[in-house]
Structure formats: structure tokens, C-alpha cells
Design a binder for this molecule. Structure first.
Ligand SMILES: [Zn+2]
Length: 444
């Protein structure tokens, strides 16, 4: 294993307030209005269902392409997929309306939440048949109402108010960006409800604190050069974030604000998964490698070479298997992806040592890439079993992965935002730290 001296330049100056405008903006893109509604994919694709039940406490207003809204005073409606489209009926089987393939059924009630499965939603529920012949369920609602259902899933609701506001703005920017252009356009919505985009759970976990953070920042988004910024975020970092060019191979010129920044306030040692370690037998590493890469290898891993940047992230690695095949990884996200569940982020080092067979903890002091570690649980290799027999454990060769932070490392660190607010920084300062050179603007 070699650790070469290739250091990426870390250009951002942390904690310099660069937000310069709080004005309504003349956007060069077609920007959604503050009151515009976002389409959130609740279930879609091959794993979606062919029957969906929607409940309401005070009836429904239902429309399709062929019919205007009409009120139905029932507590439940059921959509069923068929080869020709969707049929919507009451629970007792009374037919309400049908929609052909390619057409939507819109279910609404301005005075009540609509419940799908066990989750209640603000706004409308839209049903249509997808390419798998199942029912795609979309929740269409104003962006701020959507954010009320995002924040409780993306932060701890007990976190400081300034952290919640920063996250509301970052999540709103992410949502508005998705409304302008989205990889889900072909799915028939703007954003999905899972961690793929932003976790969203309807009204289930709404709290007054998170709702207030959304309302008090209403319409506020992050912009760069009069365009909506790209605002990824992740759980935690070990002081440094990763740049978008090294992390995802994206253009540093297009996203100068997604550079590696330093936040000394993030106390990663106190965070779950903020500082982590995994010990794995060398012969077992291959079993942890993500399936995408495992399929490309044809034997155990025999050599791991990597280059670590000054910010800690590994953005270049070369992995060789016993057949001599080598995989080269050129971004930190591909490195993180390669090592699967062995790593929480690409900010890690690998040390080699020996442990007694079957033990998960090294029995010796390890000089790791992050410094010297006094490993606990130090034991001899001999032991006396329950019948008084002296036994000897063999030793095996292991890799120790020790790292900092959790997630892709690009953009805003959620825990970093928490610790900055604890230290007295405002949401504006949190955002200008993680997205240096950007501005805050307001949707009309
Ligand atoms: Zn998504």
C-alpha cells in the first residue's frame, strides 16, 4: 500500500460571510413562483402497487382529464390498475371514474388531509398508470408544505433554530432545482420521497419547530450567478468537506461554490458515525465490496493503492485482485461506493495489521493513516478454554479502515450546521460557509 503526496488545493476560506444580497432576483432561468406546487413521487416504478386506497375525513373532490372536480362524500376511494388505465371506485364498489393510460386522476380536498397507506398528506394526490402497468402515486402541494414533511426526516427537530432554517433553505433550493430540471421528469414528477432525492413523509413527523423554520424562511433559496444553486448535503464531515470535482468528477468551473471547505466547529468525534473504524480480514474485503464492482473482479483483493487529499478524502484508488485484474477509481464517491459497508465516507485511511483469528479487534497497536491508535481489547494469542485446555488462536492479516464523517461530503454537512449554530452562527453564515460565493434570493 502506498500513500502518495498528491494534495488537492483547498481554496475556500471558512466562515467568511459572502452573502451579499437579500433581494428579489431577476433570474436567468425560468424559476418557479413561491406558490407553485411541486410533484412528489410517493410510489412509482415496478415496485409500486396496482391498487391504492386513499382516505379522507370529509370526502373528496375528484377530477380527470375528461371531468371537472366533483365532490364525493365518501371516506375512502380505491384506484385499481387495468390494462386500459385506472378505475377509481368507492369502497363499496361504486364506480367514480376511469382514466385511460397517460391520463391522471386528481384527488383533492382543501379542508382535509388525504391518507395513502398509513401516511397523511397535505395537498392533492394524483394517480396514473406507469410503464410497469402499476399505479404511480404523486403528492402535489405548495413547496413550503412539502418542506414541512422533509425537515423532520433530514434533521433532528431539537437542533438549533438557525440549523433548521439553514436546512429549510437548502432543502427548498434542492426542491426548486428539481422543479426546473429533474432526473424524475420521465417518471412524471419532480422529486421522489426517498433519500435518492430528499426524504419526505407527509405530515407524519411534522413539528412546530421545523414548520416555523420553513415559514420564517419562506421563498428563500440559494443562488449563484442569478441561477438556482445545486445544494447537496450529507450527514457529517471530519472538519473538511469534499469538492464536487474530486467527489463526483463535476466541473469546478460550473460549481465553484461546491469546493472543499473547512469547518472547525464540527465536533465529529461526538457524532454517531463521525469517527468510525472497521477491521476486516484481507480475504473477506471482497465480500463487502458493492455488487456493482464485485462483479468486475474475479478473485480476492490482493492490493489496495490510494491517494489521499489534504482534506482527508480518497479520490483516487487502484485495486488489484488475485487474478491480476485492476480497478481504477477516480472520484471519492466511487471509492466510497466500492468499499460498500466497510466505510461511511471516502475520508478514511487503511492500515494493515494482524489479529488472532476470529477476533474483530486488532491485538496490537496500529499505526493508521489517521495517526497512532492504541487499540483496546488487547489479548494474547493463547487462551484456556472452558475445559482447561490451552488453545492457540492463529493470526490473520487484516485491513483496518478508519475514517471520519458520514456521507458523500459535498455541500452542507448537517452536523456541521448544527455545531455552527451551537457556536452562535446564523443560518446565513452557515450557508455562506458551505456554499461560498452564493447569495440568498427570494422566489416571487
Ligand atoms: Zn429521487
Amino acid at each position: 500500500m502506498r500513500i502518495s503526496g498528491l494534495f488537492a488545493k483547498i481554496t475556500a476560506t471558512a466562515l467568511v460571510l459572502t452573502i451579499s444580497a437579500f433581494a428579489f432576483f431577476a433570474f436567468s432561468q425560468e424559476i418557479p413562483k413561491s406558490s407553485d406546487e411541486i410533484r412528489v413521487g410517493i410510489s412509482y416504478g415496478a415496485s409500486s402497487s396496482d391498487t391504492v386506497e386513499i382516505k379522507s375525513d370529509c370526502g373528496f373532490d375528484i377530477a380527470s382529464a375528461q371531468s371537472d372536480f366533483q365532490h364525493y362524500d365518501v371516506s375512502s376511494v380505491i384506484g385499481k390498475a387495468s390494462s386500459s388505465g385506472i378505475t377509481l371506485s368507492t369502497k363499496l364498489g361504486g364506480n367514480i371514474l376511469s382514466a385511460a393510460k397517460g391520463q391522471e386522476i386528481i384527488i383533492s380536498n382543501e379542508n382535509a388531509l388525504l391518507t395513502v397507506g398509513n401516511t397523511s398528506y397535505r395537498g392533492k394526490i394524483i394517480l396514473f398508470i406507469n410503464s410497469s402497468g402499476k399505479i404511480t402515486v404523486v403528492n402535489k402541494l405548495p413547496v413550503d408544505d412539502y418542506l414541512k414533511g422533509v425537515l423532520p426526516y433530514e434533521v433532528f427537530t431539537s437542533w438549533p433554530e438557525e440549523t433548521l432554517k439553514a436546512m429549510a433553505i437548502v432543502a427548498r433550493t434542492y426542491a426548486v432545482k428539481a422543479m426546473i430540471s429533474s432526473s424524475h421528469a420521465s417518471d412524471g414528477f419532480d422529486i421522489c420521497a426517498s433519500t435518492h432525492c430528499q426524504s419526505y413523509g407527509g405530515t407524519a413527523k411534522e413539528t412546530e419547530r421545523t414548520n416555523n423554520a420553513v415559514l420564517e424562511t419562506s421563498g428563500c433559496i440559494i443562488t449563484y450567478n442569478n441561477e438556482v444553486a445545486t445544494t447537496p448535503y450529507f450527514s457529517s464531515a471530519g472538519y473538511y468537506t469534499e469538492s464536487v470535482s474530486s467527489g463526483w468528477g463535476s466541473s469546478a468551473e460550473l460549481f465553484p461554490y461546491l469546493t472543499s471547505v473547512y469547518n472547525p466547529y464540527e465536533d465529529y468525534r461526538r457524532i454517531t458515525n463521525g469517527k468510525w473504524e472497521n477491521v476486516v480480514s484481507k480475504n473477506d474485503v471482497i465480500n463487502h465490496v458493492s455488487s456493482f464492482y464485485r462483479e468486475k473482479l474475479s478473485g480476492n483483493i490482493t492490493d489496495i493503492s490510494y491517494e489521499r487529499q489534504e482534506n482527508g478524502y480518497i479520490n483516487s484508488a487502484s485495486i488489484t485482485d488475485s487474478s491480476g485484474k485492476t480497478i481504477k477509481l477516480n472520484t471519492s464517491s466511487s471509492v466510497r461506493s466500492f468499499f460498500g459497508d466497510l466505510v461511511k465516507s471516502a475520508n478514511f485511511g487503511i492500515a494493515e495489521t494482524y489479529v488472532p483469528s476470529g477476533r474483530s479487534t486488532p491485538a496490537v497497536t496500529v499505526i493508521s493513516a489517521n495517526g497512532t491508535y492504541e487499540m483496546t481489547n488487547i489479548g494474547g494469542y493463547d487462551y484456556i478454554d472452558s475445559e482447561g485446555q490451552k488453545k492457540c488462536l492463529g493470526v490473520e492479516s487484516v485491513y483496518v479502515f478508519d475514517g471520519k464523517g458520514s456521507g458523500h461530503g459535498i455541500g452542507l454537512s448537517q452536523y456541521g450546521a448544527k455545531y455552527m449554530a451551537d457556536a452562535g452562527f446564523s443560518y446565513e453564515e452557515i450557508i455562506s460557509t458551505y456554499f461560498p460565493g452564493t447569495e440568498l434570493s427570494y422566489l416571487e
